[in-house]
Design a protein around this ligand. Sequence first.
Ligand SMILES: Nc1ncnc2c1ncn2[C@@H]1O[C@H](COP(=O)(O)OP(=O)(O)O)[C@@H](O)[C@H]1O
Ligand SMILES: [Mg+2]
Length: 305
Amino acid sequence: MPSVPLKADHLVAEAPLVSVANVQKTYFTRQSPIHAVASASVDVARGEFVSLLGPSGCGKSTLLMMIAGLEKPTAGVITLAGAAVAAPRRDIGVIFQDATLLPWKSTLENVLFPIRILKLPLDKYRDRAHELLKMVGLAGFENKKPGELSGGMRQRVAICRALIHDPEILLMDEPFSALDAITRDQMNVALSEILEAYRKTVIFVTHSIREAAFLSDRVVVMGGRPSTIILDKKMPFARPRRFEIEETQEFAQVCRELRLTIEAAHGQRQGHGQGHGQGHGLGGARADGRQQPVKASAAGASIIE
Ligand SMILES: Nc1ncnc2c1ncn2[C@@H]1O[C@H](COP(=O)(O)OP(=O)(O)O)[C@@H](O)[C@H]1O
Ligand SMILES: [Mg+2]
């Protein structure tokens, strides 16, 4: 067997699909510069589900938008499949907190909207749209308008819309944050099932520890002021995942470690004064927050369980 090509194949297979190297982002505002991300390096392999976890204001959306090509890094390099990200790309689907559906269009038309924009043949994608809607439990809702759907249903439509043109990468920015807790749990299970059927590379922003632990292969914790990556942890749970894993000791242990990491970074921030003066996030923290690591956590204002 020729050893050289085999080795080369192996290396290609292992090259990260998304690579973030020493990325920094400063927003230059009229007042003072805002250091949104001080330094971030993270690789995401093809097919991997990675969450960016951290309190509000720690730069998660900024990092995600840079990966999407919607913001430019101040320093550092982001590559997708080896090529630098310079602009928004077709092989990326983005899902935001708000479903942003077109209110005058039906569910089916909303799902097919990217196909229109990309000028792809609609007929070829109609079956896929129906299949996706069925997968997320929306068979029979094809002709409803967004105003006739619940928040959870609208977000399901947004997921179908992001998947319709079969992008390789899904970037999701707190897609379930606006939903009630029960719907959110259901959406987490639904997303897991979707990804079992349609394998994608996902970068998922959340400030929910449980959500990150449940969904991810790896959880990347961002924190500190200015913000850096303070932990990159593999989740030890087998797939497919069912909701019951959240009741296990192992799950509680993992969540605890994530929480303590965030709290430790927060304590550190206390010593550094006001940072760039942004009001949101971990306000009202106490130096002794770690005494009560669960409900009364210092991060309690912005980290939900
Ligand atoms: N377009 C912008 N201009 C100026 N500051 C911004 C802009 N976007 C975000 N920021 C600031 O950068 C920091 C990180 O924000 P963001 O990436 O939205 O954090 P997160 O998503 O973790 O809540 C915050 O202090 C925020 O106010
Ligand atoms: Mg955000």
